[in-house]
Design a protein around this ligand. Structure first.
Ligand code: R5P
Length: 288
């Protein structure tokens, strides 16, 4: 097995190489003046089982194109098997046709991966795990909630209240709380279909307690900022915000800090300034 470090995830690929003790292929990549991607492997891959490591965080379309170029090229150069580790899977929020005529983008992305020669993909906490049942190729979805929670044990003392918003909230909050030996609950969040505003509410009383707010993704930070504001208004003490995928678009982190969070914690599925936990070991243990 050889590892192909994609331009989007070089650092994570180095960590996976460290854990697996597998060699990293040398990759030359650049952008042409018009913005098009150029990819060249400097080592032979004939007959090799190659694992590409390339996240699809912003700029998603550039990272996706690089991934497709790498997979197709590896097959063309004679690799016997091509797997893609995609620590953050883009387009997973457009997982159904919400309005007539819309693209179900995640299925299109998976079809493109298969067409480019990806035999199997491995991702972490995909936003819409249900789409994988009908995926055109095998996609293994790893869960990093446990390792994120372990990193929190070093940062949060005592027994905090663990809260999580959204559809997957109960699952994430309970998995995190079991490691922190803490009480947990869900934050009900509702997005106004006209204004896009998110309204949040909780059933538990956070007054006088330290709170851990955990979510799979922080994107614009709007949801988390609302959650932080709510628990602080209800008298919470220290508030730690944790996520698997830290996209932190624009001023997302500042928004969360301004709302009253004392710390932001994320994994390294996406390079970001708040990495406290690495998914390298988790990914490595699934690569045989
Ligand atoms: C929603 O289902 C997700 O779990 C996150 O709550 C959401 O994607 C966060 O987005 P934003 O940071 O833009 O509010």
């Amino acid at each position: 097995m050889k590892l192909a470090p994609g331009p989007a995830s070089k650092k994570l690929a180095e960590s996976v190489a460290h854990f697996t003790q597998k060699p990293l292929l040398r990759l030359e990549h650049k952008l042409f003046p018009d913005g098009e991607s150029y990819i060249r492997f400097e080592d032979s891959v004939k007959g090799e089982d190659v694992v590409i490591i390339q996240g699809l965080h912003p700029p998603q379309d550039k990272h996706l194109t690089e991934l497709l170029l790498m997979a197709d090229l590896l097959k063309e150069l004679g690799a016997s098997k091509v797997r893609a580790v995609i620590p953050y899977m883009a387009y997973a929020r457009q997982d159904r046709r919400f309005r007539d005529g819309e693209a179900v983008s995640i299925l299109t992305v998976l079809k493109m991966l298969k067409a480019a020669g990806v035999d199997e993909a491995l991702t972490v906490n995909i936003h819409s795990p249900w789409v994988l049942e009908n995926a055109p190729l095998k996609v293994v979805n790893l869960d990093a909630t446990g390792l994120l929670a372990v990193s929190l044990t070093e940062l949060v003392g005592g027994r905090p209240l663990v809260l999580s918003p959204g559809k997957k909230g109960l699952e994430m909050a309970s998995a995190t709380a079991s490691i922190l030996d803490a009480e947990y609950g869900v934050i009900e969040s509702r997005r106004d279909t006209v204004t896009g505003e998110v309204a949040v509410e909780i059933g538990l009383d956070p007054s006088g307690r330290d709170v851990v707010l955990v979510d799979d993704v922080v994107s614009t930070g709007g949801t988390m900022a609302k959650c932080v504001e709510l628990v602080r208004r209800r008298g919470a003490g220290k508030v730690v915000v944790a996520c698997i995928h830290g996209l932190f678009i624009g001023d997302a982190a500042e928004k969360i800090q301004r709302a009253g969070a004392s710390m932001i914690v994320a994994t390294d599925t996406i390079p970001n300034p708040y990495v406290f936990a690495s998914v390298a070991g988790l990914i490595s243990s699934h690569l045989t």
